[in-house]
Design a protein around this ligand. Structure first.
Ligand code: SF4
Length: 204
């Protein structure tokens, strides 16, 4: 019997093409879709193994990238955990297609790699969207349960600030279930890092 491996790399939501590089993440957010089911919409995003760069490029080519408003490295886990594949894929897209590139991230890559990786986004990534999720380190830790503990909150703000040097658009996001007062505090944090706050819908 033939073994079927699930390798859903590219997937589409509205007019955006998303690229799925890994299931892994340094967080275990209480609201993470990975713990609720196996996908987003009807798409099963759980990768039975991580795709190679060649597989990612092949899937991007098949998806006809210029049809989309934007290409986003996002999910199922944390895309920067596959930094080399992410950057090489971004380079391939920039060299072959005229389309905007975004990374959706938890902002913990500098902790994960133990150094500042944001200069590597220069000239490749048009937008970085960092999940802020909470107004302080205690609440972030309770909600996102990073392997780095409370340290992760200030680290992701620092990551956002560093990104503003190399990436034209830096966004920090929160979900719309937070109280209005908390959202305003998050807005101040984002703005003091040089980023813009986006209030996004909770995916259930
Ligand atoms: S950062 Fe994203 S992928 Fe990681 S646990 Fe949280 S919601 Fe899930």
């Amino acid at each position: 019997m033939e073994l079927v491996i699930n390798l859903t790399i590219c997937y589409v939501l509205e007019n955006t093409l998303y690229i799925n590089l890994t299931n892994r993440c340094t967080n275990r957010c209480t609201f993470c879709v990975r713990d609720k089911d196996c996908g987003i919409g009807d798409v099963n995003l759980w990768l039975d193994r991580e795709p190679t760069l060649e597989e990612v490029k092949e899937d991007i080519k098949k998806a006809n990238p210029e049809k989309y408003d934007e290409i986003v490295f996002c999910g199922y886990g944390e895309p920067t955990m596959r930094l080399e594949v992410l950057l090489e894929s971004a380079k391939y897209i920039k060299e072959n297609y005229n389309v905007k590139l975004r990374i959706n991230t938890n902002g913990q890559a500098n902790l994960y790699y133990g150094k500042d990786i944001t200069p590597r986004f220069s000239g490749l990534i048009d937008c970085v969207s960092i999940s802020l999720n909470a107004k302080n380190e205690e609440e972030y830790d309770e909600l996102c349960k990073s392997i780095y503990g409370k340290e992760s909150f200030n680290a992701l703000i620092d990551f956002a600030e560093k990104c503003t040097e190399y990436v034209p658009q830096v966004i920090m996001s929160v979900v719309d279930v937070l109280p209005e007062g908390d959202i305003e505090e998050c807005r101040k944090i984002a703005e003091s890092a040089g980023a813009k706050l986006r209030v996004r819908e909770l995916i259930e």
